[in-house]
Design a protein around this ligand. Structure first.
Ligand SMILES: [Zn+2]
Length: 399
């Protein structure tokens, strides 16, 4: 197969070949469960060898890889709660040594992530604490959780200030304050003899019987019993060790059995996880066709434009002469690429000039919508303002 990152005789808009990235799936990456005896449901996430291939795309410092691994496992676990087709993404943006942390996962378990670190700031943070956790790495900023369930549904986005020492603390803070949900989140990521491994344990308090039966009335003996069952589950979950979370030899069902065998543990159908980036020349050619010609000239170096997929750490090289951007009137010159980008999920219609940003993770679509060219990303405005609204409806003029 020809390398799709390099120019070839095939027109760009026809090149949907997957670039040379690991084609790895973990069949039982997410193990959902509920407790028949209590108001508890949850998921145990094990990335297994997927953690190794996702975390070694970039040469990150182990502290940054550990944070990204936690974010990936968490995102995989939260995406598993999606009820329709779509994706779940986590974005952290702060003023610390890791100013950007992104992870996203589709309902089918396609997972990817990226962390950007500032080397000097990272060295300074690690000099203070060699085991720096999320708060010390991210600094002051915000955490955005975005749930995108396709064009027929509202895109849901929750944003909170970064608060807490670890990513698990920050997530708990988000669910407590924004969702009024009682959750227990544990995250683990470490470099083991088998390579990087990452895991998440997420437990929620729901109505009794895994959300099937109605909630008991407040103050009633039933409600008291449910509260007691939740406290018991919390105490048992508190005994889960990082070694148990990351041990490949200990299957997820056994871990859960150890914790909850006396609480009526019921295992639900496991879900797969896989390497989830779908970057291709076709998508990136569609993105380039959305830029004005003048910006494309600015991007070009020695007659070529290089677009980097930050998730895969792959450079896609385009011949400048082959790319036709927007003309001065804002209409696209991309021909078929207009259709291709539309299929990738663009919902805006208003053309807007964008700065030349050579990164797929933060590129707006050709219409200026705050989306990545391959899947959506929340994209903060310049200056650190938060342009997001909760329950932001999709553009009514969407195509
Ligand atoms: Zn990619």
């Amino acid at each position: 197969m020809p390398d799709p990152t390099l120019p070839s005789a095939t027109p760009d808009f026809l090149q949907h070949d997957r670039p040379p990235v690991p084609d790895l799936a973990v069949p039982r990456g997410v193990q959902p469960f509920h407790l028949q005896a209590g108001p508890v449901r949850g998921r145990l996430i094990r990335l297994g060898p997927l953690a190794e291939v996702l975390l070694t795309r970039h040469e990150n410092h182990p502290a940054v890889a550990r944070l990204l691994g936690q974010a990936l496992a968490l995102t995989a676990g939260l995406a598993a709660a999606l009820k329709y087709r779509g994706s779940f993404s986590l974005q952290a943006k702060g003023d610390g040594a890791v100013p950007m942390l992104l992870a996203d996962c589709t309902e089918a378990g396609a997972l990817r992530g990226y962390a950007r670190a500032e080397p000097a700031a990272l060295a300074a943070a690690l000099a203070v604490d060699a085991e720096a956790e999320a708060a010390a790495l991210l600094g002051q900023g915000y955490l955005a959780f975005t749930c995108d369930q396709g064009p027929e549904m509202d895109r849901y986005q929750g944003i909170v200030a970064i608060e807490g020492a670890t990513l698990a603390d920050m997530t708990g803070h988000y669910f407590r304050t924004s969702e009024q949900l009682r959750t227990h989140v544990r995250l683990a990521c470490a470099h083991t003899p088998a390579g990087w491994r990452a895991s998440a344990f997420i437990m929620e308090r729901v109505a009794v019987g895994g959300g099937i039966a109605p909630e008991a009335a407040e103050g009633s003996p039933e409600e008291e019993a449910q509260e007691e069952a939740w406290r018991t589950a919390l105490a048992l979950a508190g005994t889960l060790t990082e070694a148990e979370m990351l041990d490949d030899a200990l299957p997820p069902d056994q871990v859960l059995h150890r914790l909850f065998h006396a609480e009526g543990l019921a295992l639900d159908r496991p879900r797969p996880l896989s390497y989830g980036c779908r970057c291709s020349r076709a998508r990136l050619a569609g993105v380039l066709a959305g830029f004005p010609e003048e910006d494309l000239d600015h991007m070009a170096e020695a007659g070529a434009i290089t677009m980097t997929c930050e998730f895969c750490n792959l450079d896609f090289c385009f011949d400048r002469a082959e790319i036709r951007g927007m003309d001065a009137g804002g209409s696209a010159g991309g021909g078929l690429s207009r259709y291709i980008l539309g299929a990738a999920g663009c919902h805006g219609t208003k053309p807007r000039r964008q700065p030349a940003v050579h990164s797929i993770g933060v590129l707006p679509c050709r219409h200026g919508a705050p989306r990545c060219c391959c899947r959506c990303w929340p994209r903060p405005a310049a200056g650190g303002a938060m342009p997001f609204r909760r329950r932001s409806a999709r553009s009514a003029s969407g195509t």
